[in-house]
Write a protein that binds this ligand. Structure first.
Ligand code: OOG
Ligand code: NI
Length: 453
């Protein structure tokens, strides 16, 4: 009997959470805050969020995403195979170079309603673009350093190959797989470059130093999902966690859309550089904490409206790194986003968001989708956005890179080179949401018709 990919994913996500709790104690505080806030929201039985009971609510307490940054094409390709054993596929392409961050990324996550309901764990996975290092000598040194490391244990590779060959893993292998893969994500304070090289890499870009200087792609944050991010942010500050000045993404709304995120700043951590058979003390900022609130997935039309409104806001005011204009930014954001409809029915009827349909208690009156919804014969529940937002991601990256983060723009988008490195295509997220909505409509309609017959 093989263990299901979903079960391996759930076990892995729990093991990662456990590890990160001991590595970064503030993460434990964050998880507790989020659990309390979520329990409070779920206890209020108004269900203003229109969540599907069970399917959308059971997963909340276990839900989180993480992020890693890889150095080479080979690392990305192997990572993709490892995630596939857990039922996680690459969804979407994110070009962060537009925000002066020299990486491009995808999100490995489960696909489909059942898999997402079972455990929605996802990992934002970035690949360093070494070609964006200007200095040729430094670029070669970075490439040579990366070429020397292997970020996977022998057993992680062996068990991945076994899962591929045999179509899954038995209980003992699955548990071993989780333990072995966890090693890739572990923090190692020992740098594998000397301090002079580290400083050169930092000068090229802090992120390059973070990727190149260590044994592996330490998980840099693990983000629980909250049902009320403003309440959770207030609690973070009350607990003395140094939260970012503003919540990234759309403003607070009655009907949440996409994704809102806030982080606490990266920790200053002690690291060690190799020197003459011994070690020399140093410092690095790598890991941070983040929370997020997820709302309805937007259609291309809804997403275009979101992008337009956010661009309108940012043309007038950009959030300052020190938080000094946070109140003005939030006021502007709320004002501009008044143009984005804020009831579930409007979002649905204007084709701005994706929804799940279910049979309701109302008797069928009239014909067509609108009539079924008006009479309550059909009900709506938002399809949760499972992906990421590049502008928010850039904001998160930047808030953790320090104030000297560069703002000049970088080379053009390179999706095909990312896919070549990964060894497969990234999947289009809109097509997934669209299919989920269509399937739920067909199924719900069938039930309504059966009931009416
Ligand atoms: C990834 C940042 C992106 C998010 O939530 O948008 C991300 C990173 O810093 O490596 O996790
Ligand atoms: Ni994140």
């Amino acid at each position: 009997m093989t263990v299901s990919p979903g079960q391996i994913r759930a076990d892995f996500s729990a093991a990662m959470s456990e590890m990160y709790r001991t590595e970064v104690p503030a993460y434990g505080t964050l998880v507790r805050i989020v659990e309390q806030v979520n329990a409070g929201v779920l206890d209020r039985d108004d269900n203003a969020l229109a969540l599907t009971p069970g399917e959308d609510t059971n997963r909340i307490s276990a839900e989180r995403h993480g992020a890693i940054r890889l150095g080479t094409a080979e690392e990305l390709a192997m990572m993709g195979r490892v995630f596939a054993v857990m039922g996680m596929e690459p969804i979407g392409y994110y070009d962060l170079s537009v925000a002066s961050v020299p990486v491009h990324s995808t999100a490995f996550r489960p696909i489909g309603r059942e898999a997402l309901a079972e455990n929605p764990f996802r990992v934002f996975t970035s690949l360093l673009r070494l070609e964006l290092i200007q200095d040729e000598v430094l670029r070669d040194k970075a490439a040579a350093t990366l070429a020397r490391r292997c970020i996977f244990t022998d057993d992680a590779i062996r068990l991945t190959e076994k899962a591929e060959a045999e179509g899954g893993l038995g209980a003992e292998d699955a548990s071993r797989f989780v333990t072995e893969v966890l090693e890739t994500f572990r923090w190692h304070p020992e740098a594998c470059v000397d301090d002079a090289t580290f400083d050169e890499l930092i000068a090229a870009h802090r992120l390059i130093a973070d990727v190149v200087s260590f044994k592996g792609p330490h998980i840099n944050h693990l983000t629980p999902r909250t049902l009320d991010i403003d309440a959770a942010q207030a609690e973070m500050l009350a607990h003395g966690l140094p939260a970012k000045a503003i919540v990234e993404g759309p403003p607070r709304r009655a009907c949440p859309i996409l994704l809102r995120q806030t982080a606490f700043k990266a920790l200053n951590e002690a690291i060690r550089f190799p020197v003459d058979g011994g070690w020399q003390e140093g410092q690095h900022t790598a890991r941070f904490g983040e929370i997020e609130q997820r709302g309805v997935a937007l259609t291309p039309k809804g997403r275009a409206l979101y992008d337009q409104l956010l661009a309108d806001v940012r043309a007038e005011i950009l959030p300052a790194a020190d938080g000094s204009n946070a109140a003005d930014y939030v006021a502007k954001l709320e004002d501009v986003f008044k143009a984005f409809p804020d009831t579930w029915r409007e979002l649905h009827d204007q084709d701005l968001g994706y929804f799940k349909y279910a049979p309701g208690n109302g008797a069928v009156k009239g014909e067509g989708l609108q009539a079924l919804l008006d009479s309550g014969a059909l009900t709506l529940s938002p399809i949760i956005y499972e992906d990421f937002l590049p502008v928010s991601a850039a904001g998160i990256f930047q808030s953790n890179l320090g104030d000297e983060a560069r703002t000049d723009s970088q080379a053009a988008s390179s999706r095909s080179s990312f896919e070549a490195a990964l060894g497969k295509r990234v999947i289009d997220e809109f097509a997934l949401y669209e299919a989920m909505q269509a399937a739920s409509y067909t199924a719900a309609l069938e039930q309504v018709n059966k009931g009416a017959a």
